[in-house]
Unconditional design. Sequence first.
Length: 926
Amino acid sequence: MYTLSLALFCSCNTSDTPGPDGWPEATKESKPWTRWWWMGSAVDERNLTELLGQYADAGFGGVEITPIYGVKGNEERNIDFLSPEWMRMLSVTAERAAELYMGVDMNQGTGWPFGGPWISREHAASRLIIREYKLSAGQILNEKVVAFERRQPEQAIMPDAVTAYGPGGEVLDLTEYLDGEGNLEWSPDAGEWDLYAAFCGKTGQMVKRAAPGGEGFSMDHFSEEAVQAYLARFEEAFPSDPHIRAFFNDSYEVYHASWTPGLFEEFRQRRGYDLRLHIRELAGQGDMETVTRVKYDYRLTLSELLLEHFTQPWTEWANRRSAVTKNQAHGSPGNLIDLYAAVDIPECEIYGHRYYPIAGLRQDSSDRMDDEPDPMMLKLATSAAHVTGKRLISNETFTWLGEHFRVSLAQCKPEAEEAFLAGINHLFYHGTTYSPVDAPWPGWLFYASVNFAPSNSFWPHLEGLNQYVTRCQSVLQQGKPDNEVLVYWPVHDIWSNPEGLEMQLTVHNIGEWLRYAPVREMEEKGYTFDFISDRLLAQAGVKDGEIITAQGVLPYRALVVPACGSIPPETLEKIIQMARNGAVVILEQFPGDVPGLSDLERRQEKFHALLDGLAFEENEDGLMECRTGNGVVLLSEDFHKALDSRGIEPEEITRFGLKYCRRALADGHYYYLVNHTPDALDTMLPLNTTARSVMILDPQTGDAGLAYAEQTGSRLHVRVQLSSGEALILRTFEGDVPEAGSWEYYRRTGDPVPVKGPWTLEGKEGGPVLPGMVRLERLAPWTGLGDSTWNNFAGTAVYRTTFEMPALTADQYLLDLGTVYESAAVWLNGEKLGLCFSNPFTIETGHLLREGSNELVVEVVNLMANRIRYMDRNGLEWKKFHDINIVNIHYQPFDASHWEVMESGLEGPVSVIPMERDEPGRTVRP
């Protein structure tokens, strides 16, 4: 064992090396961005200029424009999407953003999904309609074989195919027996026959939440012709360089889109058999195994069409115009990993609120969605980026985090951290509504929370959250993700389902399709991993016993294959070949079969021959092992044991209740650590790395210093102190020891000094009425004063007091604000001490505390809830938006009149806690 040296920090300018203050340089991409809803696109140059300046001042690095429905009574100011005036406003935005060193992305449409008035019915989203008939020997069908759309009942649809199934297993394509009006000129010779007709209908879905000039049919994403017709409108509107960084596609919410013209021929070319002869199976009838196999082939074909006819051509189109694509693939009826991987910036989303047992964090169950988001969903997007070497992975963050006007900055922080832990490094807030600066409060609002806009009462303190996000992302955009294990994602089991047609893999039904129980256990034990698809696995290679997925990507040390009901023989062959080339492969179980009906007999023969070629024996670790070529295949349901047997050890960080992610640099690592437990931690934390020094970076404060650390063999122990709700970043250095001050470790000593008051309280900014000054003998939230003016107030109010301190004998003092509703900026003796926006609400006093009399000023910001409650109770109009207007978190009409008054202000108790420097190595190493 040796102790790492502590010295003074010196600056370097390389991208992987900290700047003068220990942090990588902040860029516009390391700052958070926000989705910017243009209501009715009723924007103007003056407000665009002013608002972008306010966003920049709050710490945003960019905006993503999404035009949506407008404001009632403001119709004359609406601007049609892609009109010359709309394009001029876009140019004004891009120019002003550039002046502010901000970026601009835009939704390549209005609302969602892609579509609009230039999408004809021919190119609109399509659905499969199946009608069933029966005919007996000698009978003629006495009705026309036609279908009708619900929205166009007067217009008959002719079938694409009609197939008859006889009593003896006969299958006949009867399409040629139809005349031009849908009359079937065919009669069976014997027995009773079942007839199935397949029609290409239209979903009728229009663009959801469309803006003026963007209303129209949703596009057929499976049709390359439809996609090119959609993009042609942007060819007309945009110059060669649109001054847009990224074109964005929101989550795939094209409902019931199960077909496209020409699908029968696409299917025949791709799967090698005629789907017309299996309309019965598409209808879910007949032999269930055949139904399952046919539907698998159908879903595989849809996935390929979505990738090859939409995602890839769209990205190529944007790249030719010096822009990139940003895509939310979730919700698609396709292989999400492949769809994420095909764009420049994969984007996922967190929808709803997770429970975190952070000490003191307010979490009201009535303000939450019924379904809790699962961060494992994010791993599909981050895995696609990691495996293919993409630098940025974005995330739509805080969507419906809580009820309107009731979400605090403290609640936002752990949700952002959950995204970072999954590998996200480019947050987009959901979101910010363009609202003219002179619009009456609460301004223009989007129907779904949260609204990160100047009208929000927490806006004066938003910089605290934004600075935290910026510091984290400045680190998480450095180096490369350092995940050691690849996990094969068995999408074929998801698609091998006899129920339904297209299968949309959404954030809301993840428990039905992700099937990740074994990898959840791996994650809890401390392993880091990325998912991989068949397509990406086919492109991978092996070098020196490690798996290489793309140029410049760190190699993976093993491939884990969870239990699969089915796997394509081509994938199984690739996996075995990788083992022969030196890779470590771990099978949870033998896969059961091949999926699909295409060329079934040959594929099954190949599948069984591949498995029969694997000879397993029990090894010295009690594991079933097959040595093949230069590598090994292990058969074990205990992934931990199998990985450990190959020297692939998990980080022990999770044993301490911490969550983490790790990034590799040229000369060390970044470890991002988060404590979401209710308990504080002070320990020597073991890391699976070697280093000559370690720097601690505090993303809450921006502080940095060299940690106390000890190297024992291949394991590095670093002393960390983390309160409940806090995060830290460790930066290890393998080379020269940087010059830096030592990180100061403190422990509490002596009794806290209470700050009792009396206090004064005065409204600073907000409404509906700005409360005057009151004197408080005892500290209390302002909603506890029994004053309706304070109960109705939303905004900023200031608490002031003086207190006496005895002789300052401690090394440091910690100001503890106790309970804060909801955030606080603190001044001590006339100088700003800092901003407390999340738990714990504590801040070091440094040199500002003095012996004797001290003046304390605490500026507290509450939420908008009480003022909205006041407005609804008094019938004041503010819900004035077209389309869905404003709904509550359960999508019912919004009404806050029944709400109880929401606690607001400073409850305390406020105290000053003496701290003494702690010997760095005092904590016992585990």
